[in-house]
Design a protein around this ligand. Structure first.
Ligand SMILES: CC(=O)N[C@H]1[C@@H](OP(=O)(O)OP(=O)(O)OC[C@H]2O[C@@H](n3ccc(=O)[nH]c3=O)[C@H](O)[C@@H]2O)O[C@H](CO)[C@@H](O)[C@@H]1O
Ligand SMILES: C=C(OP(=O)(O)O)C(=O)O
Length: 425
């Protein structure tokens, strides 16, 4: 397993272009199965999860190639609706294939998806929604077989605004007969991106970005070319890193309106944030201030995917902050690792009480999941001394070479491969 070695204590400065959004690219690549032909998706980040998605698509009979930052995907020869268990287990997003494969082939055979250990992450809402659309579902241990000669539009109410369930149902409903209404839908920007992509191929969807999405089924779709939105979580990660290192960073290719809740938190912490179109400038010269209470919730509230990164800022802030996690029950694993670096954080059920310390110290720590790993990198950048972050395959799931991204801003991060313990240039 690779590891990152970080020489901390240097303020970040400079300009960076933000990668395309993993959480938009993954469902959009899966949604491409709904059409026969060649789809080109631009600004797709080079990530482990994207590699896995492309591998699955090839396994299903598609041709899928990276060309620069674009993926060229020919779905014409797709002839399988069976996603191998080993690939399903590599990431949560493999579940996005369920809706499109069912819609295209009338049958899908999958397994329980894998992914980061941040909570139970059931798929009951996905399955219930597909049943409402007329699918017959059989669960045999890990294996799930889902069949429907024809999906029929209906009203689906989600008990919780699940991002993945909303997306899966949108994709399943596109070729269904009649109208599907999804109420209590998730409102994340990536859902709007999926709507835009599907509509460009000829789907008839309205309402993404609100809590009610209406899909009018169509007979077929036509291939298109589409550019993925900027990654709001990577944007937020860099913004926090700029703040904790007391640097000055300009971020290009961002959508500031997707980050309203984070910008609000950063400003409360005394961090300077300036917005100019798709550019965000973040600067900080002094120690951040504590933020009394932050609660993670579905969009547009504060995102769970930025909880661990912002905790690093609060760990170094002047005063006591509270961070409440309401989405994933297992998303505080970074707390033990940050404590190794000198942070003073106590977890009480789903709240972390964070007493800010003036500085963190380098240590050897383990990335337990994707965003926890990103938080440890940020902590390492701000800490005094050397930090080693292990298990960084988690980070590679969502950040396109995180060390290169931060090194462009003046950081000193080296990647080592464990097989040879050689530095990767
Ligand atoms: C690829 C992608 O877009 N991933 C994001 C997506 O994940 P994902 O789509 O998995 O997240 P969901 O919104 O579905 O999950 C939120 C909560 O609902 C629960 N749940 C979900 C589905 C279900 O059928 N049953 C159920 O109980 C989950 O266990 C979790 O507690 O949204 C999460 C919440 O913003 C983000 O952290 C992830 O980065
Ligand atoms: C939890 C995340 O992703 P996934 O749903 O792909 O596991 C994330 O992006 O932080």
């Amino acid at each position: 397993m690779d590891k990152l070695v970080i020489e901390g204590g240097k303020p970040l400065s400079g300009t960076i272009v933000i990668q395309g959004a993993k959480n938009a690219a993954l469902p959009i690549l899966a949604a491409s199965m709904l059409v026969k032909g060649t789809v080109i998706i631009d600004h797709v980040p080079t990530l482990l999860d994207i590699e896995v998605m492309l591998e699955i698509l090839r396994e299903l009979g598609c041709k899928a190639e990276y060309s620069g930052q674009s993926v060229v995907l020919d779905t014409t020869g797709a002839n399988s609706w069976h996603v191998p268990e080993a690939l399903m287990r590599q990431m949560r997003s493999s579940i996005f294939l369920m809706g499109p494969l069912l819609a295209r082939f009338g049958e899908v055979e999958i397994y329980q998806p894998g992914g980061c250990a941040i909570g139970e992450r059931k798929i009951d809402l996905h399955l219930r929604g597909l049943k409402a659309l007329g699918a017959h579902i059989e669960e045999m241990g890990n294996r799930i077989v889902c069949k429907a000669k024809k999906l029929i539009g209906t009203e689906v109410h989600l008990d919780f605004p699940s991002v993945g369930a909303t997306e899966n149902l949108m994709m399943a409903a596109v070729l269904a007969e009649g109208i599907t209404t999804i109420s209590n839908a998730a409102r994340e920007p990536e859902i709007q991106d999926l709507q835009h992509f599907l509509n460009r191929m000829g789907a008839k969807i309205i309402g993404a970005g609100t809590d009610t999405i209406t899909v009018e089924g169509v007979q077929s779709l036509v291939p298109c070319r589409y550019r993925i939105i900027p990654d709001r979580i990577v944007t937020g990660t860099v913004m926090v890193a700029a703040a904790v290192t007391r640097g000055q960073v300009t971020l290009q290719n961002t959508n500031p309106s997707h980050l309203t809740s984070l910008i609000h938190v950063l400003r409360r912490a005394g961090v300077q944030v300036a917005i100019d179109g798709d550019i965000i400038k973040v600067g900080s010269l002094s120690r951040p201030l504590a933020v009394e209470r932050i609660v993670t919730s579905p969009y547009p509230a504060f995102p769970t995917d930025l909880q661990s990164q912002v905790m690093v800022l609060l760990a170094m802030a002047d005063g006591v902050s509270v961070m409440k996690e309401t989405i994933f029950e297992g998303r505080f694993k970074h707390v033990d690792e940050l404590s190794r670096m000198g942070a003073d954080i106590r977890v009480d059920l789903n709240s972390a009480i964070i007493r800010g310390v003036p500085r963190l110290y380098g240590a050897t720590v383990e990335a337990t999941d994707l965003r926890a790993g990103a938080a440890l990198v940020i902590a390492g950048l701000a800490a005094q001394g050397k930090t080693v972050v292990e298990q960084i395959h988690h980070i590679d799931r969502g950040y396109d070479r995180i060390e290169q991204m931060f090194n462009r801003l003046g950081a000193r991060i080296s990647r080592y491969t464990s097989v040879t313990d050689n530095q990767v240039i």
